[in-house]
Design a protein around this ligand. Structure first.
Ligand code: FMN
Length: 415
Protein backbone atom coordinates (compact mmCIF):
# COMPACT_ATOMS: atom_id res chain seq x y z
CA UNK A 1 0.00 0.00 0.00
CA UNK A 2 1.48 3.31 -1.02
CA UNK A 3 1.49 6.27 1.33
CA UNK A 4 -1.13 8.94 1.23
CA UNK A 5 -4.33 7.09 0.27
CA UNK A 6 -7.37 8.72 1.80
CA UNK A 7 -10.55 7.29 3.20
CA UNK A 8 -13.56 9.37 4.19
CA UNK A 9 -15.12 7.40 7.03
CA UNK A 10 -18.75 8.15 7.88
CA UNK A 11 -19.72 6.92 11.33
CA UNK A 12 -23.48 6.72 11.62
CA UNK A 13 -25.53 6.13 14.74
CA UNK A 14 -25.32 2.40 15.37
CA UNK A 15 -24.30 0.53 18.48
CA UNK A 16 -21.23 -0.77 16.59
CA UNK A 17 -19.86 2.78 16.20
CA UNK A 18 -17.23 2.05 18.86
CA UNK A 19 -15.72 -0.54 16.48
CA UNK A 20 -15.10 2.18 13.91
CA UNK A 21 -12.46 3.61 16.25
CA UNK A 22 -10.65 0.26 15.98
CA UNK A 23 -11.11 0.48 12.20
CA UNK A 24 -9.38 3.88 12.16
CA UNK A 25 -6.46 2.35 14.08
CA UNK A 26 -6.22 -0.55 11.60
CA UNK A 27 -6.23 1.83 8.63
CA UNK A 28 -3.58 4.05 10.18
CA UNK A 29 -1.40 0.95 10.58
CA UNK A 30 -1.56 0.72 6.79
CA UNK A 31 -0.57 4.38 6.38
CA UNK A 32 -4.05 5.22 5.11
CA UNK A 33 -5.22 8.74 5.97
CA UNK A 34 -8.66 8.80 7.52
CA UNK A 35 -11.00 11.78 7.68
CA UNK A 36 -14.24 11.36 9.61
CA UNK A 37 -17.79 12.56 9.32
CA UNK A 38 -19.91 11.82 12.37
CA UNK A 39 -23.67 11.90 11.96
CA UNK A 40 -25.72 13.52 14.71
CA UNK A 41 -26.71 10.05 15.96
CA UNK A 42 -23.14 8.78 15.48
CA UNK A 43 -21.89 11.38 17.95
CA UNK A 44 -24.18 9.84 20.58
CA UNK A 45 -22.06 6.69 20.39
CA UNK A 46 -18.50 7.98 19.89
CA UNK A 47 -17.15 11.38 20.76
CA UNK A 48 -15.63 13.60 18.08
CA UNK A 49 -12.61 13.86 20.36
CA UNK A 50 -11.85 10.11 20.20
CA UNK A 51 -12.17 10.11 16.40
CA UNK A 52 -10.00 13.25 16.17
CA UNK A 53 -7.35 11.78 18.44
CA UNK A 54 -7.18 8.61 16.33
CA UNK A 55 -7.34 10.22 12.89
CA UNK A 56 -5.12 13.13 13.89
CA UNK A 57 -7.55 15.30 11.91
CA UNK A 58 -10.64 17.41 12.44
CA UNK A 59 -13.95 15.52 12.58
CA UNK A 60 -16.71 17.00 10.40
CA UNK A 61 -20.32 17.02 11.64
CA UNK A 62 -22.20 20.07 10.53
CA UNK A 63 -23.40 20.86 7.02
CA UNK A 64 -23.95 24.51 7.83
CA UNK A 65 -20.65 25.25 9.56
CA UNK A 66 -19.12 28.30 7.94
CA UNK A 67 -15.72 27.40 9.32
CA UNK A 68 -15.89 23.90 7.86
CA UNK A 69 -17.14 25.19 4.51
CA UNK A 70 -14.21 27.62 4.39
CA UNK A 71 -11.70 24.95 5.38
CA UNK A 72 -13.09 22.11 3.28
CA UNK A 73 -16.54 22.40 1.77
CA UNK A 74 -18.85 19.40 1.70
CA UNK A 75 -18.19 18.81 -2.01
CA UNK A 76 -14.43 18.87 -1.58
CA UNK A 77 -14.73 16.64 1.49
CA UNK A 78 -16.51 13.99 -0.58
CA UNK A 79 -14.09 14.19 -3.52
CA UNK A 80 -10.83 14.53 -1.66
CA UNK A 81 -10.95 10.87 -0.53
CA UNK A 82 -10.05 7.84 -2.67
CA UNK A 83 -12.81 5.82 -1.04
CA UNK A 84 -15.87 6.64 1.08
CA UNK A 85 -16.68 4.13 3.83
CA UNK A 86 -19.76 4.04 6.06
CA UNK A 87 -19.11 1.95 9.17
CA UNK A 88 -21.39 1.29 10.82
CA UNK A 89 -24.11 1.92 8.24
CA UNK A 90 -27.47 2.26 9.97
CA UNK A 91 -30.80 1.24 8.44
CA UNK A 92 -31.51 4.98 8.33
CA UNK A 93 -28.45 6.03 6.31
CA UNK A 94 -28.94 3.07 3.95
CA UNK A 95 -32.54 4.16 3.33
CA UNK A 96 -31.48 7.78 2.81
CA UNK A 97 -28.79 6.74 0.34
CA UNK A 98 -31.27 4.75 -1.67
CA UNK A 99 -33.78 7.61 -1.70
CA UNK A 100 -31.18 10.31 -2.36
CA UNK A 101 -32.09 12.24 0.77
CA UNK A 102 -29.47 14.81 1.70
CA UNK A 103 -30.53 16.32 5.00
CA UNK A 104 -27.17 16.30 6.79
CA UNK A 105 -23.45 16.48 6.02
CA UNK A 106 -22.98 12.69 5.68
CA UNK A 107 -25.77 12.15 3.17
CA UNK A 108 -24.90 15.32 1.24
CA UNK A 109 -21.27 14.16 0.95
CA UNK A 110 -22.51 10.75 -0.20
CA UNK A 111 -24.57 12.17 -3.02
CA UNK A 112 -21.81 14.57 -4.04
CA UNK A 113 -19.06 11.99 -4.22
CA UNK A 114 -17.63 10.57 -7.43
CA UNK A 115 -15.59 7.98 -5.52
CA UNK A 116 -16.34 4.32 -4.74
CA UNK A 117 -18.41 3.75 -1.61
CA UNK A 118 -18.16 0.81 0.81
CA UNK A 119 -20.80 0.23 3.48
CA UNK A 120 -20.70 -2.01 6.54
CA UNK A 121 -24.34 -2.42 7.63
CA UNK A 122 -24.99 -2.96 11.31
CA UNK A 123 -28.36 -3.24 12.96
CA UNK A 124 -30.78 -5.43 14.85
CA UNK A 125 -31.73 -8.62 12.96
CA UNK A 126 -35.38 -7.49 12.50
CA UNK A 127 -34.23 -4.15 11.08
CA UNK A 128 -31.90 -5.99 8.71
CA UNK A 129 -34.56 -8.46 7.61
CA UNK A 130 -37.21 -5.75 7.15
CA UNK A 131 -38.47 -5.61 3.56
CA UNK A 132 -37.51 -1.95 3.21
CA UNK A 133 -33.88 -2.54 4.29
CA UNK A 134 -33.58 -5.60 2.04
CA UNK A 135 -35.01 -3.72 -0.94
CA UNK A 136 -32.70 -0.75 -0.23
CA UNK A 137 -29.70 -3.11 -0.17
CA UNK A 138 -30.65 -4.70 -3.50
CA UNK A 139 -30.88 -1.26 -5.08
CA UNK A 140 -27.58 -0.02 -3.61
CA UNK A 141 -25.77 -3.16 -4.79
CA UNK A 142 -27.20 -2.60 -8.28
CA UNK A 143 -25.69 0.87 -8.19
CA UNK A 144 -22.24 -0.58 -7.54
CA UNK A 145 -22.02 0.22 -3.83
CA UNK A 146 -19.58 -2.19 -2.16
CA UNK A 147 -20.93 -4.02 0.86
CA UNK A 148 -19.26 -5.94 3.65
CA UNK A 149 -21.38 -7.95 6.08
CA UNK A 150 -23.39 -7.93 8.15
CA UNK A 151 -22.45 -11.06 10.09
CA UNK A 152 -24.43 -13.52 12.15
CA UNK A 153 -23.95 -13.33 15.91
CA UNK A 154 -25.18 -12.13 19.30
CA UNK A 155 -26.34 -8.56 19.33
CA UNK A 156 -26.09 -5.83 21.90
CA UNK A 157 -29.91 -5.89 22.17
CA UNK A 158 -29.77 -9.52 23.37
CA UNK A 159 -31.04 -11.06 20.12
CA UNK A 160 -29.12 -13.40 17.86
CA UNK A 161 -29.07 -13.29 14.08
CA UNK A 162 -27.70 -11.45 11.11
CA UNK A 163 -26.90 -7.80 11.70
CA UNK A 164 -23.56 -7.55 13.47
CA UNK A 165 -21.08 -5.27 11.80
CA UNK A 166 -18.10 -7.11 10.27
CA UNK A 167 -14.92 -6.99 12.32
CA UNK A 168 -12.70 -3.93 11.76
CA UNK A 169 -9.85 -6.15 10.49
CA UNK A 170 -12.13 -7.60 7.78
CA UNK A 171 -13.38 -4.14 6.80
CA UNK A 172 -9.76 -2.91 6.65
CA UNK A 173 -8.90 -5.81 4.36
CA UNK A 174 -11.66 -4.89 1.89
CA UNK A 175 -10.64 -1.23 2.07
CA UNK A 176 -7.09 -2.24 1.19
CA UNK A 177 -8.32 -4.31 -1.74
CA UNK A 178 -10.56 -1.50 -3.02
CA UNK A 179 -7.76 1.06 -2.74
CA UNK A 180 -5.42 -1.25 -4.63
CA UNK A 181 -8.05 -1.72 -7.35
CA UNK A 182 -8.95 1.95 -7.53
CA UNK A 183 -7.34 2.48 -10.90
CA UNK A 184 -8.86 -0.76 -12.17
CA UNK A 185 -12.22 -0.41 -13.91
CA UNK A 186 -13.47 -3.59 -12.21
CA UNK A 187 -13.58 -1.54 -9.00
CA UNK A 188 -16.78 -0.06 -10.40
CA UNK A 189 -18.42 -3.41 -9.95
CA UNK A 190 -19.87 -4.06 -6.54
CA UNK A 191 -17.74 -6.22 -4.24
CA UNK A 192 -20.15 -7.91 -1.90
CA UNK A 193 -18.85 -9.96 0.95
CA UNK A 194 -21.52 -11.61 2.97
CA UNK A 195 -21.56 -14.01 5.81
CA UNK A 196 -21.01 -17.06 3.61
CA UNK A 197 -17.95 -18.71 5.03
CA UNK A 198 -15.57 -19.91 2.37
CA UNK A 199 -14.01 -22.96 4.03
CA UNK A 200 -16.91 -24.75 5.69
CA UNK A 201 -16.31 -28.52 5.54
CA UNK A 202 -12.52 -28.13 5.13
CA UNK A 203 -9.89 -29.17 7.62
CA UNK A 204 -6.67 -27.23 8.10
CA UNK A 205 -3.50 -27.82 10.10
CA UNK A 206 -1.26 -24.84 10.84
CA UNK A 207 2.11 -24.98 12.57
CA UNK A 208 3.26 -21.88 14.41
CA UNK A 209 5.99 -20.48 16.66
CA UNK A 210 9.46 -21.83 17.28
CA UNK A 211 10.53 -25.26 18.44
CA UNK A 212 12.90 -25.70 21.35
CA UNK A 213 15.57 -28.37 21.33
CA UNK A 214 16.86 -29.60 24.67
CA UNK A 215 20.54 -29.73 25.54
CA UNK A 216 19.98 -30.92 29.08
CA UNK A 217 17.06 -30.60 31.54
CA UNK A 218 17.75 -26.86 32.06
CA UNK A 219 19.09 -25.66 28.69
CA UNK A 220 17.79 -25.56 25.13
CA UNK A 221 18.24 -23.74 21.86
CA UNK A 222 15.46 -22.06 19.91
CA UNK A 223 14.82 -19.11 17.54
CA UNK A 224 13.08 -15.72 17.52
CA UNK A 225 9.74 -16.79 16.00
CA UNK A 226 6.86 -15.18 17.94
CA UNK A 227 4.07 -17.30 16.42
CA UNK A 228 2.06 -14.19 15.45
CA UNK A 229 1.87 -15.00 11.74
CA UNK A 230 0.96 -18.68 12.24
CA UNK A 231 -1.67 -17.86 14.86
CA UNK A 232 -3.16 -15.14 12.61
CA UNK A 233 -3.45 -17.62 9.73
CA UNK A 234 -5.09 -20.25 11.94
CA UNK A 235 -7.58 -17.63 13.17
CA UNK A 236 -8.42 -16.50 9.63
CA UNK A 237 -8.97 -20.09 8.45
CA UNK A 238 -11.21 -20.82 11.40
CA UNK A 239 -13.19 -17.60 10.82
CA UNK A 240 -13.91 -18.87 7.31
CA UNK A 241 -15.35 -22.07 8.75
CA UNK A 242 -12.38 -24.46 8.44
CA UNK A 243 -11.95 -27.00 11.22
CA UNK A 244 -8.53 -25.77 12.31
CA UNK A 245 -5.79 -27.47 14.30
CA UNK A 246 -2.95 -25.25 15.43
CA UNK A 247 0.27 -27.09 16.31
CA UNK A 248 2.21 -24.51 18.25
CA UNK A 249 5.65 -24.31 19.77
CA UNK A 250 6.10 -22.21 22.91
CA UNK A 251 4.86 -18.62 22.39
CA UNK A 252 3.48 -15.84 24.56
CA UNK A 253 0.25 -15.73 22.56
CA UNK A 254 -3.16 -16.80 23.89
CA UNK A 255 -4.79 -19.77 22.16
CA UNK A 256 -7.12 -18.42 19.43
CA UNK A 257 -10.77 -19.09 20.23
CA UNK A 258 -12.57 -21.98 18.57
CA UNK A 259 -9.37 -23.69 17.43
CA UNK A 260 -7.89 -26.95 18.68
CA UNK A 261 -4.38 -26.10 19.84
CA UNK A 262 -1.74 -28.80 20.26
CA UNK A 263 1.13 -27.45 22.32
CA UNK A 264 4.49 -29.00 21.55
CA UNK A 265 8.09 -28.16 22.32
CA UNK A 266 10.47 -29.93 19.94
CA UNK A 267 10.53 -30.54 16.19
CA UNK A 268 10.02 -34.26 16.83
CA UNK A 269 6.86 -33.51 18.83
CA UNK A 270 5.65 -31.08 16.17
CA UNK A 271 6.01 -33.71 13.47
CA UNK A 272 4.07 -36.34 15.41
CA UNK A 273 1.31 -33.82 16.33
CA UNK A 274 0.96 -33.01 12.60
CA UNK A 275 0.95 -36.67 11.59
CA UNK A 276 -1.72 -37.45 14.20
CA UNK A 277 -3.86 -34.57 12.91
CA UNK A 278 -3.84 -35.76 9.29
CA UNK A 279 -5.72 -36.19 7.00
CA UNK A 280 -6.47 -32.57 6.20
CA UNK A 281 -7.35 -30.49 3.15
CA UNK A 282 -4.82 -27.78 3.90
CA UNK A 283 -1.52 -27.80 5.78
CA UNK A 284 0.38 -24.57 6.35
CA UNK A 285 3.82 -24.92 7.89
CA UNK A 286 4.50 -21.49 9.36
CA UNK A 287 6.53 -22.62 12.39
CA UNK A 288 10.24 -21.93 12.53
CA UNK A 289 11.25 -25.53 13.14
CA UNK A 290 14.80 -26.21 14.33
CA UNK A 291 16.82 -27.90 11.59
CA UNK A 292 18.85 -29.84 14.14
CA UNK A 293 18.48 -31.32 17.61
CA UNK A 294 21.04 -32.53 20.08
CA UNK A 295 21.75 -36.19 19.37
CA UNK A 296 21.76 -37.27 22.99
CA UNK A 297 20.47 -34.59 25.38
CA UNK A 298 22.06 -35.06 28.80
CA UNK A 299 19.72 -36.55 31.38
CA UNK A 300 21.33 -34.39 34.08
CA UNK A 301 22.47 -30.79 33.99
CA UNK A 302 25.87 -30.59 32.31
CA UNK A 303 28.36 -29.37 34.91
CA UNK A 304 30.82 -26.60 34.17
CA UNK A 305 34.10 -28.35 34.85
CA UNK A 306 36.92 -28.22 32.44
CA UNK A 307 36.46 -27.73 28.72
CA UNK A 308 33.04 -26.64 27.32
CA UNK A 309 30.99 -29.64 26.15
CA UNK A 310 30.79 -30.54 22.47
CA UNK A 311 27.23 -30.89 21.25
CA UNK A 312 26.59 -33.49 18.60
CA UNK A 313 23.67 -32.41 16.40
CA UNK A 314 21.46 -34.54 14.19
CA UNK A 315 19.09 -33.29 11.52
CA UNK A 316 15.37 -33.10 12.29
CA UNK A 317 12.89 -34.55 9.82
CA UNK A 318 11.69 -31.82 7.49
CA UNK A 319 7.98 -31.54 8.36
CA UNK A 320 7.02 -29.57 5.23
CA UNK A 321 8.75 -32.07 2.95
CA UNK A 322 7.34 -35.06 4.80
CA UNK A 323 3.76 -33.77 4.47
CA UNK A 324 4.25 -32.61 0.85
CA UNK A 325 5.35 -36.10 -0.13
CA UNK A 326 2.75 -37.95 1.85
CA UNK A 327 1.46 -40.30 -0.82
CA UNK A 328 -2.26 -40.94 -0.79
CA UNK A 329 -2.95 -38.90 2.37
CA UNK A 330 -1.33 -35.81 0.91
CA UNK A 331 -3.42 -32.71 1.67
CA UNK A 332 -4.91 -30.90 -1.35
CA UNK A 333 -2.80 -27.86 -0.57
CA UNK A 334 0.52 -27.78 1.30
CA UNK A 335 2.02 -24.36 1.98
CA UNK A 336 5.41 -23.66 3.50
CA UNK A 337 6.96 -20.49 4.83
CA UNK A 338 10.48 -19.51 3.88
CA UNK A 339 12.17 -17.24 6.38
CA UNK A 340 15.23 -15.89 4.65
CA UNK A 341 17.77 -13.21 5.39
CA UNK A 342 19.00 -12.89 1.79
CA UNK A 343 18.14 -14.03 -1.78
CA UNK A 344 14.52 -14.33 -0.66
CA UNK A 345 12.87 -15.32 -3.94
CA UNK A 346 15.63 -17.60 -5.25
CA UNK A 347 15.78 -19.46 -1.95
CA UNK A 348 11.98 -19.73 -1.86
CA UNK A 349 11.88 -21.14 -5.41
CA UNK A 350 14.55 -23.70 -4.51
CA UNK A 351 12.60 -24.65 -1.39
CA UNK A 352 9.39 -25.04 -3.41
CA UNK A 353 10.86 -27.61 -5.76
CA UNK A 354 12.99 -29.38 -3.15
CA UNK A 355 10.15 -29.85 -0.66
CA UNK A 356 7.40 -30.60 -3.19
CA UNK A 357 4.90 -28.22 -1.58
CA UNK A 358 2.39 -26.14 -3.56
CA UNK A 359 3.17 -22.60 -2.42
CA UNK A 360 5.92 -20.95 -0.47
CA UNK A 361 5.18 -17.77 1.44
CA UNK A 362 8.53 -16.05 1.50
CA UNK A 363 9.28 -13.48 4.15
CA UNK A 364 12.37 -11.51 4.90
CA UNK A 365 13.49 -12.12 8.47
CA UNK A 366 16.71 -10.13 8.34
CA UNK A 367 17.13 -7.90 11.42
CA UNK A 368 16.54 -4.81 9.19
CA UNK A 369 13.11 -6.14 8.09
CA UNK A 370 12.06 -6.54 11.76
CA UNK A 371 9.60 -9.32 10.89
CA UNK A 372 10.03 -11.48 14.01
CA UNK A 373 7.57 -10.34 16.67
CA UNK A 374 6.28 -7.41 14.58
CA UNK A 375 2.61 -6.73 13.86
CA UNK A 376 3.38 -6.42 10.15
CA UNK A 377 4.95 -8.56 7.48
CA UNK A 378 5.81 -8.31 3.81
CA UNK A 379 5.50 -11.55 1.87
CA UNK A 380 5.80 -12.98 -1.61
CA UNK A 381 3.71 -15.95 -2.67
CA UNK A 382 5.89 -18.25 -4.72
CA UNK A 383 4.27 -21.06 -6.71
CA UNK A 384 4.88 -22.88 -9.96
CA UNK A 385 2.80 -20.13 -11.61
CA UNK A 386 5.17 -17.35 -10.55
CA UNK A 387 5.80 -14.87 -7.78
CA UNK A 388 3.15 -12.59 -6.31
CA UNK A 389 4.44 -9.67 -4.22
CA UNK A 390 2.14 -8.43 -1.48
CA UNK A 391 2.57 -5.02 0.13
CA UNK A 392 3.44 -4.62 3.79
CA UNK A 393 0.34 -5.69 5.69
CA UNK A 394 -0.56 -6.65 9.23
CA UNK A 395 -0.10 -10.33 9.97
CA UNK A 396 -3.88 -10.58 10.52
CA UNK A 397 -4.58 -9.26 7.03
CA UNK A 398 -1.97 -11.56 5.51
CA UNK A 399 -3.84 -14.42 7.22
CA UNK A 400 -7.13 -13.27 5.71
CA UNK A 401 -5.74 -12.70 2.21
CA UNK A 402 -4.04 -16.08 2.28
CA UNK A 403 -7.30 -17.68 3.40
CA UNK A 404 -9.16 -16.08 0.47
CA UNK A 405 -6.46 -17.33 -1.92
CA UNK A 406 -6.71 -20.83 -0.42
CA UNK A 407 -10.51 -20.88 -0.74
CA UNK A 408 -10.32 -19.83 -4.40
CA UNK A 409 -7.66 -22.47 -5.10
CA UNK A 410 -9.75 -25.24 -3.50
CA UNK A 411 -12.90 -24.07 -5.31
CA UNK A 412 -11.08 -24.26 -8.64
CA UNK A 413 -9.76 -27.69 -7.74
CA UNK A 414 -13.39 -28.73 -7.10
CA UNK A 415 -12.40 -31.43 -4.64
C1 FMN B 1 -29.05 2.67 21.79
C2 FMN B 1 -29.33 2.76 20.31
C3 FMN B 1 -28.70 1.89 19.47
C4 FMN B 1 -28.95 1.92 18.10
N1 FMN B 1 -28.31 1.07 17.30
C5 FMN B 1 -28.59 1.06 15.97
C6 FMN B 1 -27.93 0.15 15.10
O1 FMN B 1 -27.08 -0.65 15.51
N2 FMN B 1 -28.27 0.17 13.79
C7 FMN B 1 -29.20 1.04 13.28
O2 FMN B 1 -29.46 0.98 12.08
N3 FMN B 1 -29.81 1.94 14.09
C8 FMN B 1 -29.54 1.98 15.41
N4 FMN B 1 -30.15 2.88 16.24
C9 FMN B 1 -31.09 3.85 15.64
C10 FMN B 1 -30.32 4.99 14.96
O3 FMN B 1 -29.46 5.62 15.87
C11 FMN B 1 -31.33 5.97 14.39
O4 FMN B 1 -32.06 5.36 13.34
C12 FMN B 1 -30.68 7.24 13.89
O5 FMN B 1 -31.66 8.08 13.32
C13 FMN B 1 -29.61 6.94 12.85
O6 FMN B 1 -29.12 8.16 12.34
P1 FMN B 1 -27.94 8.21 11.29
O7 FMN B 1 -28.20 7.15 10.30
O8 FMN B 1 -28.01 9.58 10.71
O9 FMN B 1 -26.67 8.06 12.05
C14 FMN B 1 -29.89 2.88 17.58
C15 FMN B 1 -30.51 3.75 18.46
C16 FMN B 1 -30.24 3.69 19.80
C17 FMN B 1 -30.95 4.65 20.73
Amino acid sequence: MSDGERVLLIISGGIAAYKSLELIRELKLHDINVRCILTEAGSQFVTPLSAEALTGDKVYRDLFSLTDENEMGHIELSRDADLVVIAPATANIIAKMRAGITDDLATTALIATDKPVLIAPSMNVRMWEHASTQSNMVELKKRGIHVIGPEIGDMACGEHGMGRMSEPSSIAQIINELLQNNSDTSANQSIITNNLKKLVGRKAIVTSGPTIEEIDPVRYFTNYSSGRQGHAIAKALSEQGAETILVSGPTHLPDPEGITVKHIKSAVEMLSACEESLPADIVICVAAVADWRVANPNLDKIKKNGAPPTLELVENTDILQQISQHGKDRPHLVIGFAAETKDLITNAQTKLSKKGCDWIVANDVSPEAGTFGSEKNRVHIVSKDGVEAWPTLTKDIIGQKLTTRIATFLDNLSC
